[in-house]
Design a protein around this ligand. Structure first.
Ligand SMILES: Nc1nc2c([nH]c(=O)n2[C@@H]2O[C@H](COP(=O)(O)OP(=O)(O)OP(=O)(O)O)[C@@H](O)[C@H]2O)c(=O)[nH]1
Ligand SMILES: [Mg+2]
Length: 136
């Protein structure tokens, strides 16, 4: 089965809120909330794809991206390989460049959002990371 490489950013602001975007209802997985990101294009490094997707989708310039976790998920008709990065340093104001609503959400709200099935371990890792930072 084909495997799709995807770069994803978990963007966290100074209040400890996380940036999410609503997937277009017409897309596959439409109507679910997701972290900004997208497919790595041929010839591109994962971090280049991450920078491009964040600029395109939410208008942010990454200052620092740290690997958070990588996972693969089988959606049946396709398999995705997700490389997820923690982004606590960035430039710009998040805006919905592609017309899909975006939101900054608390960890509590994040836990309750409807997201793609692959995202459950990502949300867990985000909660652990935020708790660790709050305890410092
Ligand atoms: N961006 C993003 N994609 C995710 C998440 N979780 C998840 O399973 N995916 C999957 O990753 C794949 C690629 O993401 P994408 O649709 O954003 O790709 P893209 O921005 O390049 O879109 P395009 O192909 O319409 O240009 C999709 O199959 C999507 O379902 C997530 O939190 N964020
Ligand atoms: Mg995308």
């Amino acid at each position: 089965m084909q495997s799709i490489q995807v770069a994803i950013g978990v963007v966290v602001n100074e209040k400890g809120e996380i940036l999410v975007a609503l997937r277009d209802p017409a897309q596959e997985q439409g109507g679910l909330w997701e972290f900004p990101g997208g497919k790595v294009e041929p010839g591109e490094q994962t971090t280049q794809a991450l920078a491009r997707e964040l600029a395109e989708e939410v208008g942010l310039e990454i200052e620092q991206a740290e690997p958070l976790l990588s996972l693969s998920h089988d959606y049946g008709e396709r398999r995705v390989e997700l490389a997820i990065f923690w982004i606590a340093r960035f430039r710009g104001q998040a805006r919905a460049n592609e017309g899909n609503p975006i939101r900054w959400v608390s960890p509590q709200t994040l836990t309750g959002l409807a997201m793609p099935a692959a995202n459950q371990p990502i949300v867990s890792a985000v909660l652990v990371r935020l708790a660790a930072e709050a305890a410092r």
